[in-house]
Design a protein around this ligand. Sequence first.
Ligand SMILES: [Zn+2]
Length: 316
Amino acid sequence: MGRRLASVIGPLERILWDRSPVILMYHRVAPSTDDLWGIAVEPDRFAEQIEALKRVRHVATLDEVLAWMDHGRPGDRPLAAITFDDGYHDALSAARPILEKADCPATVYVATGLVGSDRGFWWDELVRILMTAPATHQPLRLVIGRRPVAWLLPDDRSGRQRVCRQVRRRLRDLEPAEIDRQLDAICAWAGTARRLDPEDRLMTAEEVAELSRSIVQIGAHTVRHPSLPALPFEAQLAEIAESRRACEAWTGKPVPHFAYPFGHYSRASVAAARQAGFRSACATTPGVVRPWTDPYRLPRITPGRMDGEALTRLLS
Ligand SMILES: [Zn+2]
């Protein structure tokens, strides 16, 4: 690109960024001390972020963002939508009170298969098993995709965390039933039973319904939270459509918005989300929403644990 062109496009890009809607992505509002996956923000910090957000943006629903994409409403302040993935119980107990106090709408995407069950997400179980397993010189041996893999579990905390990350990466793209078998094998190796830490539980169906009666809208996030591209189209469609049916049954409301688990999607996933009747689907690709953005590939921004000032700087 020529320097002159770049000198024009640079500021133009900046203006577009300043005025374009953003969609923020959260997972949990919870203590972050044992947050190996970097998905939790402390309640105080979350409240600080929301206050900062309100100073520079109009906090809108996803429907308002989609309407902006259709008609480009030039409001006095650019839009920001707030989203939460997964359906952890703290969306209701910790996030909702802060959102209500700030009068900020949000969408919570729920993976429906674990709602009200005695199982949590496999990555949380994995952390519990590996971080609390007794010290052993017996390597953890798994066969993943016919390939044998083995890990020696270190005694120290950071070494164990490293193993957690490595195992998660190896399991993440497997089919949910296969991940479940692997978790059973890991439990057998550690001499422990499958068990849900109450801190890591999802909402119950009643809690999802309660949340939907507040400032928060429920979105769908598949049934078993698979990496969708690993599944054939029909299985993707079943995961996507069934999670929508469950959310609608619990809330008695239409559920027009969806988010891809892990942000993973293929062309088939996009087609399945469309066929299942959703109006939008969120990815995890960083970026802002443009009028020409595909509503089934919406980018998102992750505030993480940044302070209010950093978030303001990022957005204004
Ligand atoms: Zn998720």
